[in-house]
Write a protein that binds this ligand. Sequence first.
Ligand code: B1M
Length: 238
Amino acid sequence: MSREEEIRQELFDHTLNGHAPEVKALTEEGLRLGMDPMDILFKALIPSLEEVGRRFEKGDFFVPEMLIAARAMQGALVILRPLIAETGAKPIGKYVIGTVKGDIHDIGKNLVIIMLEGAGFDVVDLGVNTPPEKFVDAVRQHEPHIVGFSAFLTTTMPMFKVNIEALKKAGLREKVVVMVGGAPVTEEYAKLAGADWYAPDASFATRKAKEILGAADAPQSAALEQAVKLIDETLRKG
Ligand code: B1M
């Protein structure tokens, strides 16, 4: 087994067990050896988190295990994010995004941000547990082309509609395109909530965002091209 393969396996195991210092050190070692950041992300870290989800569903893992695994992965994302997003592309549009109120999941949202930044979007990240007023204020202040709502729980998806109503009330709904996404969300649900677009994954969200801005042909970095490919592959497998 080559050192790169060992690193992938060790990253998988240490993320699964929530060993943050080891995950950070292995990520740094992988990069020093010339491993591709997208390879580290999609062939080690995300598969490990998927395994965490499977164990949680089976009752082998509980919330604390899920949390420490996610923290370990976040430590690696901090290192990988600037490498993936670095394209030198001119900003092609502004995108405000946040996880809806009552929901603290943010790894999926952060991946969408990485991809959008990689495609040249100027992204304003409102974080997690974002109340409707905060979305409204951000849309008023930043005047983005697109506002994105992420929800990862069936219980927090109804916040899409609440957010959209808040935008309407503030007279901002017609000024911004609304995109929604997150693991339990479907196209049908997005339509019912009144969103303009639904995206099943970060790759689609980015392609759609570019299309909305009429920038579908805007140049993309090699890293982003590869990201799109790897994400699509990962999703097809899953
Ligand atoms: Co939670 N959790 N969690 N959790 N968690 C899930 C989501 C769950 C599916 C696990 C399970 O049962 N198998 C389940 C939800 C069930 C449901 O509602 N259908 C669940 C639950 C139940 C809970 C709690 C309620 C548990 C409890 O307390 N009893 C609790 C809720 C807390 C809250 O939010 N109020 C909870 C807590 C947590 C932790 C805090 C411990 C941790 C989150 C840490 C963090 O994010 N910082 C956590 C984790 C890690 C998970 C799993 C294991 C992993 C989530 C993840 O990061 N996936 C998850 C199980 C799983 O998914 N296998 C689970 C990887 C990520 C890349 O995928 O998030 O789908 P995803 O993002 C994708 C797309 O959805 C899309 O692009 C991303 C990249 O391609 N996308 C968009 C996302 N946003 C988009 C926006 C767009 C477009 C596309 O446009 C704007």
